[in-house]
Design a binder for this molecule. Structure first.
Ligand code: F0G
Length: 351
């Protein structure tokens, strides 16, 4: 099958008017990987699939939304885009802006975005502004700026972002030939859970699927405003991508949870890192720490009576592991250095 990105493939479901305005990096069509090794370790009888969004061109799910947001900006004759970001949105905005010829301005919390993501924004030629504040404060700033100046906001408050991101639900349903029974994913600013739910509902309403999944989101325990029912002033977690204390789509996430009969829970950093390492070591899938919230949540709910036996579960892995090599290296056994003799190498290799 020829693949030219989510706008080309799902054009009739998306808001861009003319195909000539599409700005695409051939995003989407990401792998849906059966996680048989993980399935075997579970108490519940479940079929588990990983939607590996790290395979997108900039290494995260943000590309699905950004192709629509930037194409619409081009269609409207805009000149610049702006976003606040924990890293992935800025990387994606910078790349799509580079492709389209628009200018990108990205506002990020200093020292709190993974290095791979920072390098992307810089390489794609965005104007990178670091603030001595967190993501929530950066988002307030870009909202104010985009109100007052001729720059288009490309955070997920821009509905075009949600439109694009809903295509992940379409792909999953198309690949499986049905919607899953449960969909698990990390929750940060809460745009993605909103988008997935919208996508599943649209496919259901158009008769493409005959069921709706229970939307099951997970926040990091140090950044869990939705679970705790209150804003977090100083969110903390190893998963910097979801270090968010006041999600923009808070109510929409609650609606997705409640309409679908699902839940939003929290996982500790230890649980996150355990799932992150298990995915890499037993399934061969390297995602970034925040992404592993979905599978950490699967482990947490396994053996409670949350899942019906025999269910089909999809877990979104939102970003690529190479985005944040620091956490990977810090949480791993360090490599041993030896001299130049074969015998020393053999000893370390255990041969
Ligand atoms: N996973 C990753 C890897 C992310 O980068 C994000 C959000 C999420 C999960 C949460 O998705 O916000 O839609 O609930 N990253 C944003 C950013 C905030 O700026 O890159 P959400």
């Amino acid at each position: 099958m020829e693949w030219n990105g989510v706008l080309d493939h799902y054009f009739n479901y998306l808001p861009v008017k003319e195909r000539k305005n599409i700005v695409s990096l051939s995003e989407g069509n990401s792998p849906l990987i059966r996680a048989r090794n993980i399935e075997e370790t579970l108490n519940d009888d479940l079929k588990v699939y990983l939607k590996y969004e790290g395979a997108n061109p900039t290494g995260s799910f943000k590309d699905r939304g950004m192709t629509v947001a930037v194409s619409k900006a081009v269609e409207k004759g805009e000149k610049a885009v702006i976003c606040a970001s924990t890293g992935n949105t800025s990387a994606s905005a910078a790349a799509f802006a580079a492709k389209s010829g628009l200018e990108a301005i990205v506002v990020i919390p200093e020292g709190k975005i993974a290095f791979g993501k920072l390098s992307q924004a810089m390489m794609h030629g965005a104007k990178v502004v670091q603030i001595k504040g967190n993501f929530d404060e950066a988002l307030e700033m870009v909202l104010e700026i985009s109100d007052d100046y001729p720059v288009t906001l490309v955070n997920s408050l821009n509905p075009n972002r949600i439109e694009g991101q809903k295509t992940a639900s379409f792909e999953i349903s198309d690949f499986l030939g049905r919607a899953p029974d449960y969909h698990l994913l990390p929750v940060g600013n809460a745009g993605n859970i909103t988008a997935y739910w919208k996508g599943y509902k649209e496919y259901y309403d158009s008769g493409k699927t005959g069921r709706l999944p229970k939307m099951t989101g997970f926040q990091a325990a140090g950044s869990s405003p939705i679970v705790d029912g209150k804003k977090v002033e100083n969110p903390e977690t190893v998963a910097t991508a979801i270090r968010i204390g006041n999600p923009a789509s808070w109510e929409k996430a609650e609606r997705a949870r409640d309409e679908s009969g699902g839940m939003i829970g929290k996982v500790t950093d230890d649980e996150l890192v355990n799932a992150y390492r298990t995915l890499a070591a037993s399934e061969g899938v390297f995602c970034e720490p925040a992404s592993a919230a979905s599978v950490a949540g699967l482990f947490k709910m396994d053996g409670t009576d949350y899942f019906d036996q025999g269910s089909v579960i999809t877990c979104t892995l939102t970003g690529h592991g190479l985005k944040d090599p620091d956490v990977a290296i810090e949480s791993s056994e360090q490599p041993k250095t030896v001299g130049k003799s074969v015998s020393e190498v053999l000893e370390v290799a255990g041969l």
